[in-house]
Ligand binder design. Structure first.
Ligand code: IPE
Ligand code: IPE
Ligand code: MG
Length: 240
């Protein structure tokens, strides 16, 4: 038994910008700028291939460990991408969401995010979610904090808390779980991406560096996905 031809929710760890730039003797920020081009290609390809949800990892809660000028460049690229592409995305029926911690973000970034989310909220052709200042552990801890606050306020009883209930407190509460997580650049780890949500995702690791990613890479990952058998702890296709 094989999977549906297209995963409904594809999540991508866009990695390898720095190495791509280094191979060309250019600064890391050049690689990040090219990474935005790859993102544009991928959003377009995902729509063409019938993906409903595309979630991309743009900046992790651990990426603050990088030099300040690289962090600034990454924030500038988010501003630029959203400001420059929002009209086109909205016209194409894309709903934009940004997940991650809003704490520590400059007020103008928070405004850009709110604007993009509210302007695109009636769209449903493709759900594009950008994980920015996002860490899976941070997201789970923030959710736990809000549940604890609701429990203290008497809104929920601790005995009611179960996985479905908990998931409603996550940043991804409006999204289905990812079917496929792709990581580029040959690294085989999650680096704190969608820790809760990827419990039963198929993982595909591609050696391509993110700035070289495009429709062909996406199709290659889908071909691999189709050959996986998802069992969710059961017996899969052997099940009577
Ligand atoms: C991915 O590329 C972009 C971010 C993590 C923000 P990297 O900057 O991690 O590139 P490499 O892994 O150093 O090549
Ligand atoms: C993960 O990549 C974060 C993003 C792609 C935004 P990193 O390059 O930060 O991950 P590590 O440090 O190699 O695990
Ligand atoms: Mg990296």
């Amino acid at each position: 038994m094989t999977n549906a031809p297209t995963p409904q929710h594809v999540a991508i760890i866009m990695d390898g910008n720095g190495r791509w730039a280094k191979q060309r003797g250019r600064p890391r920020t050049f690689g990040h700028a090219e990474g935005v081009e790859a993102l544009r290609r991928t959003v377009e390809a995902a729509g063409e291939l019938g993906v409903c949800y595309l979630t991309v990892f743009g900046f992790s809660t651990e990426n603050w460990r990088r030099p300040a000028e690289e962090v600034t460049a990454l924030f500038d690229l988010l501003r630029l991408y959203v400001a420059h592409d929002l009209d086109k995305l909205v016209a194409e029926g894309v709903r934009v969401r940004i997940i991650g911690s809003r704490a520590g973000l400059q007020p103008d970034i928070a405004e850009i995010i709110d604007h993009a989310e509210s302007r695109s909220k009636h769209n449903d052709k493709l759900n594009l979610t950008i994980a920015f200042n996002y860490g899976g552990q941070d997201e789970i801890a923030r959710a736990a904090r809000r549940i604890a606050e609701d429990a203290v306020a008497g809104k929920i009883a601790p005995s009611e808390i179960n996985p479905a209930h908990f998931a409603a407190y996550l940043d991804t509460c409006e999204l289905p779980a990812p079917d496929l997580v792709i990581r580029t650049s040959g690294e085989a780890r999650l680096s704190n991406f969608l820790l809760w949500q990827a419990a039963y995702a198929e993982l595909v690791f591609d050696d391509v560096l993110w700035p070289d990613f495009g429709k062909a890479s996406l199709e290659r990952a889908f071909a691999e996905f189709r050959h996986r058998e998802r069992r969710y702890g059961g017996h899969g296709s052997e099940q009577a």
